[in-house]
Design a protein. Structure first.
Length: 232
């Protein structure tokens, strides 16, 4: 298994409020929000708390990854309520943990996980956004969603409510499979076909992460950009 992470402030922002953490058994991407750079605190707290939970875990289970995100949510929410300068902060989270057989992916918000195999690329997560809700309800079309004016509005985040349960997906670990975890700073500018193309021709994870960040910046770099590339 090979893994690499790349995070970049982008072309328009002064502060990078994304955080990421990786090891041989997990990966985490968090995209903070809250104003006055407090989003950076929320995303860093999420990455640190999840990392600690995963490092000390005895098993790779859906319950483990769920409880880790619940713990991060409680800590971030508590800080936002007890420290006035942190009021309203929160963060998206997408995280993956794995053993020799299984992979569990959990997310809250619009940071994503893609699975890439021989038959192509598949979005594992489903955005918790206003646009996705409207799509699910049939109120807008896929084409309308691409340029929807409130595309940035998320409906769920870690740390903004007293309790939060992530969506969890179980995958099988297979040789040659890729996982790409990313913040929306990537997906706002780079499509699935381009992500897939970056992993071809026996590419290395660090090369993939670097290329994707460069592509997002070339597309405008309107937000912070974070990519974790994993090849099993």
């Amino acid at each position: 298994m090979q893994i690499a992470c790349k995070t970049d402030v982008g072309k328009r922002r002064k502060q990078n409020e994304d955080s990421c953490a990786v090891s041989k058994s997990y990966a985490i991407v968090a995209d903070g929000m809250g104003g006055h750079n407090k989003g950076e605190i929320a995303s860093r707290m999420a990455a640190e708390i999840l990392s600690d939970c995963f490092e000390n875990a005895q098993a790779c289970t859906a319950e483990q990854i769920t409880e880790a995100i619940r713990k991060a949510n409680k800590a971030i929410y508590g800080k936002s309520k007890t420290e006035p300068e942190c009021a309203g902060m929160g963060t998206t989270v997408v995280a993956a943990i794995w053993n020799d057989e299984k992979i569990f992916v959990a997310h809250v918000g619009d940071s994503r996980c893609y699975e890439i195999q021989n038959d192509g690329i598949r979005l594992v997560t489903k955005d918790h956004t206003l646009v996705q809700t409207l799509l699910d309800e049939g109120k807008i079309s896929g084409k309308e969603a691409e340029n929807y004016p409130d595309k940035h509005i998320i409906t769920r985040a870690v740390g903004t409510d007293p309790s939060e349960n992530p969506d969890v997906t179980e995958l099988t670990r297979e040789k040659g499979k890729w996982l790409i975890l990313c913040s929306d700073g990537l997906t706002n500018h780079v499509g699935e076909d381009s992500i897939l193309a970056c992993t071809e021709n026996n590419a290395k994870p660090q090369t993939v992460a670097d290329r994707l960040v460069d592509m997002a910046n070339a597309g405008g770099g309107l937000d912070n950009i974070t990519v974790v590339a994993i090849k099993f």
